[in-house]
Design a protein around this ligand. Structure first.
Ligand code: FES
Length: 425
């Protein structure tokens, strides 16, 4: 059976394969302690002193199971998402079936990275810290209240929405909310899927459907930060993490280290539909290299491909193996499309690709996680968005050339607002 996932499904989620054989449990635990759940998150402190607001800041991402007990539900939702894994008319039957068959193997892999995904911990921390900065930078829209909405794991979009109601937003009280994607580069399979879900729950919980067919007054006023692939703060945070890892090599060899930027792959069917993701990932890579003055040779490669259909390549694992075979054993892997650690960094890169390379010169740059430069970048992006008052980027109004989805059309028209709805094509 071939699964044509339009966005990166971690290979482990689909195959449940592992390459851990031969390594000691101690080394695995050590890695987990270095990069996994054991990483200590600093305490969040709120400082909402503004006179207006509040403004809800909602971080959207795919999410991940925080404990191994959440794995089956996570997989069920993931395989039920036709934006991510189109299984056609059999989606509702095949999705749960695949999820059940994968669960125990995937649970083991989450156990290997510390017992679950750290993405919730990092997302909540990043959002809360960003809000604290925003309260100072933008007192006119303060207090900024942090929320997280995951597509496949708790807290889900509907949970976040109910929390907004409980906190005094909507239901006749209005209020402003910003949907801030945590995928820096836009794909219809990721940010697009999260926006489809947000639009769905908005309609169910406070749209016409919830109000007997007419649009109610006092609903939440949404705007969207839909992409930020080459923001200078994002670029700076990536560059500093790369420089920190470069410093671990002897000075005379430092400029010869090859930088391998790694992002989730896409099936070529999605690329050929016109998905903007590959171009936006390339924009991030180029901006980071420009900041690093192109001192090191580099390549962009793609991870997590599954099944026999054509995917965007070259694959990260193949790339590492090939360069090592040619004698280039100093390589730094740079996860360039995610803003915190997750199974694709902690397991796929650290415990599969780097382990299989079996060479001390093959390393990985740290993920953004709690990096203060990155959190300041988030605040700058949000501040700019609030100042401009735009509902979404102009780019979001243009659908993919090959898009035939009525859901994409409806979602984009809603978030573009009445004035821009006619621009959605
Ligand atoms: Fe890209 Fe619909 S698939 S806009």
């Amino acid at each position: 059976m071939t699964f044509r996932s339009p966005f990166a499904i971690p290979r482990q989620l689909l195959t449940g394969t592992t390459s851990l054989g031969g390594r000691s449990a101690i080394s695995t635990r050590l890695r987990c302690n270095q990069r996994g759940l054991a990483t200590v998150v600093p305490p969040v402190t709120q400082d909402a002193t503004g006179s207006k607001g509040p403004t809800a800041m909602v971080f959207m991402n795919m999410g991940g199971p925080s404990t191994t007990d959440e794995v089956e539900d996570f997989l069920s939702r993931l395989f039920a998402d036709g934006d991510l894994i189109p299984l056609g008319r059999l989606q509702s039957y095949l999705g749960p079936l695949i999820a059940r068959r994968r669960t125990s193997k995937i649970q083991k892999q989450y156990a290997d990275i510390g017992g679950g995904s750290p993405i919730r911990k990092w997302s909540e921390y990043q959002c809360a810290e960003m809000c604290k900065l925003l309260d100072k930078m933008s007192p006119e829209t303060a207090p900024h209240k942090p929320y997280v909405a995951f597509r496949y794991a708790a807290p889900l979009t509907e949970t976040m929405y109910e929390q907004l109601f409980a906190d005094g937003f909507g239901k006749g009280k209005g209020g402003r909310a910003v949907a801030f994607t945590q995928y820096p580069q836009y794909s219809c399979s990721t940010t697009g899927s999260s926006l489809n879900e947000l639009w769905k729950w908005r309609n169910r919980l406070e749209g016409k459907r919830a109000n007997g067919g007419s649009e109610p007054a006092g609903t939440i006023q949404w705007s969207v930060i839909d992409r930020w692939p080459s923001h200078s703060g994002l670029v700076e945070a990536f560059a500093q993490n790369i420089e920190a890892q470069l410093k671990t090599y002897p000075e005379e060899k430092r400029d010869e280290v090859v930088l391998l930027f790694s992002a989730h792959s896409l099936p070529m069917s999605v690329v050929n539909r016109g998905d903007p993701y590959p171009a936006e990932v390339a924009a991030t890579v180029h901006a980071v290299m420009q900041r690093l003055r192109f001192k090191n040779p580099y390549r962009l490669c793609w991870q997590s491909q599954v099944g026999p259909s054509a995917w965007l390549g070259a694959q990260t694992s193949d790339t590492v193996q090939e360069y090592v075979k040619r004698g280039q054993t100093d390589l730094i892997l740079v996860p360039i499309a995610f803003t915190s650690d997750h199974i694709e960094t902690l397991y796929e890169l650290d415990q599969e690709v780097i382990h299989e390379a079996n060479n001390p010169g093959v390393k990985r740059a740290e993920s953004l996680n709690g990096n203060p430069v990155f959190i300041q970048a988030l605040a700058d992006i949000a501040h700019d968005h609030l100042q401009k008052g735009e509902l979404c980027s102009r780019q979001m109004t243009l659908r993919c050339q090959g898009c035939t989805s009525e859901r994409c059309l409806g979602q984009k028209k809603f978030f573009a607002g009445q004035e821009q709805a006619s621009m959605v094509i």
